[in-house]
Design a protein around this ligand. Structure first.
Ligand code: NAP
Length: 319
């Protein structure tokens, strides 16, 4: 089968289209013929790891797993002998998470992992685009108490994690302020944002308004900058470790005291989550946000675009 292989860390040019062996499903796995996948920031972070903590997982000097790609939509081609819930021909979507391998024509995923039947009202491209941002956003969303309709400010709301965070926060009943560029106002309103702040014209930390929660989904602020816009007991989340990896230390220290705090939950994908996302999509309550779609052969160009940090939502690869 064809796959995009990388054997050393580096720029997008380390990615090469090669012929490799087609995987064979183990007893508990499904073999999926991939129709659509994505290039996301996780792929970029593993292709050129900047943090030592990533290298501990991906390989200290060179990548342990040679094929990137963590999101998929496709059709089940074969199943292992113990698989009960899928059959050949089933349209599916989901995540292979840190097993990667979806930048290829086929991938094997364990039945119990984050794959499920694709909703009928979504194309394969749309289904591939919803998984990673949603799973990373859910890690934060699950830590929020939605009982009294909290006010949540989401910075970088036009990104993959940001657009997912806006939709989940609205779904659970929050009052959402999205921070984005002028050109993305309409999109954020469509996704449910109650208020929108244009970061090119206004500093969201200087509006005088207070929030129960700040989610920085683009990692461009800090707890210390945002503390003044948090209500007493307010929570700050970021998708980046921050200067000197401060968000890890702040997440360990600040919850000990009874004040404003940083939380940095470790994302964990579950079958339950992918089924929840599927049900929201089927009910028309969750939209896929796709910026561009590239053919498989142009994955290097797609990766360069993702690395600009300018994508709106997700970048899909059509196989
Ligand atoms: N997605 C992942 O798998 C993943 C995994 C781990 C960590 N992360 C980190 O999480 C962050 C978000 O990733 P993502 O994939 O969701 O983002 P993304 O899709 O790369 O998008 C970031 C969005 O933020 C907007 N933006 C840029 N500068 C901004 C600013 N100063 N204020 C507000 N918005 C701004 C960009 O649009 P405009 O420039 O057009 O405004 C873009 O739409 C990144 O820092 C990434 O490294 C991502």
């Amino acid at each position: 089968m064809k796959a995009i292989v990388y054997t050393k860390y580096g720029s997008p040019d380390v990615l090469q289209l090669r012929e490799v062996e087609k995987p064979i499903p183990k007893d508990n796995e499904v073999l999926i013929k991939i129709i659509a996948t994505t290039v996301n920031r996780t792929d970029c972070g593993f292709r050129k790891p900047e943090y030592i903590i990533v290298r501990l997982v991906s390989g200290l000097f060179k990548p342990k797993k040679k094929i990137l790609g963590s999101e998929l939509a496709g059709v089940v081609e074969a199943i292992g002998k113990n698989v009960k819930t899928f059959k050949p021909g089933d349209p599916v979507f989901g995540l292979s998470t840190f097993n990667f391998g979806t930048h290829a024509e086929y991938v094997c995923v364990a039945e119990e992992k984050s794959v499920t039947i694709k909703p009928n009202n979504m194309s394969f491209n749309e289904a591939a685009a919803v998984c990673d941002g949603a799973f990373l956003a859910l890690a934060n969303i699950k830590k929020i108490d939605f009982t009294n309709s909290p006010s949540i400010l989401i910075n970088g709301a036009s990104g993959s994690i940001g657009s997912a965070s806006v939709q989940f926060a609205k779904h659970f009943g929050a009052n959402v302020t999205a921070v984005c560029n002028t050109k993305d106002f309409e999109l954020l309103k469509l996704l449910g944002a109650d208020e929108v702040i244009d970061y090119t014209k206004e500093d969201f930390t200087e509006t005088g308004l207070l929030y129960d929660v700040v989610i920085d989904a683009v990692g461009k602020s800090s707890f210390f900058r945002c503390k003044k816009i948090l209500k007493p007991g307010g929570i700050y989340f970021s998708t980046e470790l921050g200067y000197l990896s401060q968000n890890i230390f702040l997440a360990l220290l600040t919850p000990v005291f009874d004040g404003k705090k940083v939380l940095f939950p470790i994302p964990k994908d579950t079958k339950e989550d992918i089924v929840f996302i599927k049900e929201l999509m089927e009910a028309g309550k969750y939209k896929a946000v796709i910026d561009r779609t590239y053919p498989f052969e142009q994955i290097v160009e797609a990766t360069r675009y993702v690395e600009t940090g300018l994508k709106v939502g997700n970048v899909v690869i059509s196989i």
